[in-house]
Design a binder for this molecule. Structure first.
Ligand SMILES: CC(C)(COP(=O)(O)OP(=O)(O)OC[C@H]1O[C@@H](n2cnc3c(N)ncnc32)[C@H](O)[C@@H]1OP(=O)(O)O)[C@@H](O)C(=O)NCCC(=O)NCCS
Length: 160
């Protein structure tokens, strides 16, 4: 199994149609973006995408990404592939200088990578989700220190 950077021609058969359409919209618009696929025997068995998020009130120099969407082929779940995608994706975020990564996701899965409820760091989500599923990880020490704000995802997330 190998992890590859995606290009625009990668066809994510494992996604639900809505999710694949979201990835297509994000690929066309999100800058910067991080798109990774896990490949085995020429088949894509997992993918992860990171796109920039903004904060309100606006804050110059704020550089955070949102982790979404992410999926592993059902028959290949619970074999460490999701973990590899998350860890490799976070490493790539660090490499390009991202301060923090947010996500809306399973409250029992992401804490193992260092994610904590974002509300603890003063961040709320534009979507009405429970506090424990909106999470953040700081990639630089104290990157979020003293921050308060509403996190907004790329507009492509709100399109049909
Ligand atoms: C969530 C998901 C990406 C995890 O990928 P994965 O390759 O199965 O995960 P890993 O093998 O790295 O990790 C396995 C661990 O994740 C846990 N896990 C898997 N799915 C989970 C879920 N839906 N909720 C909570 N924990 C989950 C397993 O219980 C296991 O825990 P353990 O290590 O304590 O035994 C994958 O299960 C998936 O694609 N699910 C459907 C789509 C989805 O939910 N996407 C994420 C949206 S936030």
């Amino acid at each position: 199994m190998t992890l590859l950077r995606c290009d625009g021609s990668t066809n994510l058969h494992l996604c639900q149609p809505d999710e694949a359409a979201l990835v297509d919209r994000l690929r066309a618009a999100a800058k910067p973006q991080i798109s990774l696929v896990a490949v085995e025997n020429d088949q894509i068995i997992g993918h992860i995408f990171f796109s920039p998020v903004s904060i309100e009130p606006e804050l110059s120099g704020f550089f955070a990404m949102g982790l979404a969407p992410m999926a592993v082929l059902p028959e290949r779940q619970n074999q460490g592939i999701g973990s590899m995608l998350v860890l490799d994706g976070l490493e790539e975020c660090r490499r390009i200088g991202v301060d923090a990564v947010v996500l809306v996701g399973h409250a029992t899965y992401y804490p193992r990578f260092g994610f904590v409820p974002a509300i603890q760091k003063g961040l709320t989500c534009e979507y009405p989700v429970p506090d424990d599923v909106f999470m953040v990880i700081e990639l630089k020490p104290d990157a979020l220190s003293g921050l308060h704000g509403l996190i907004k995802y790329c507009p492509e997330f709100n399109e049909e």
